[in-house]
Design a protein. Structure first.
Length: 99
């Protein structure tokens, strides 16, 4: 049975590849064909003058704030997941069940 499905799939692919490609040249209007390329605009006036301070944002302060937030998160991740009292109760329960 799988051989028949493979043969059928191959036959469909072969038949599909024999068809003509659609003509897409009619999709572009004559006005669009005759239109020239757009003019390039000089962007130097749009760029900030001081490359170290784009848009007036203090990058150092932002990085320091992000660093502090990451250090706080790392400190939270270093704490034990289970507190001491809960760990003691779980170990006692394991001792009772493992006998």
């Amino acid at each position: 049975m799988p051989h028949r499905l493979i043969s059928l799939g191959a036959a469909l692919l072969i038949l599909g590849s024999c068809s003509d490609r659609p003509d897409l040249s009619a999709a572009i209007s004559e006005n669009a064909r005759r239109a020239g390329y757009p003019q390039l605009v000089d962007l130097s006036g749009l760029l900030p003058l001081d490359q170290n301070d784009p848009d007036g944002i203090d990058l150092a302060a932002g990085l320091l704030a992000r660093l502090a937030a990451l250090r706080r998160r790392a400190a939270r991740l270093q704490r034990p997941i289970v507190d001491t009292n809960s760990r003691r109760r779980m170990n006692a329960a394991l001792g009772r069940h493992n006998g």
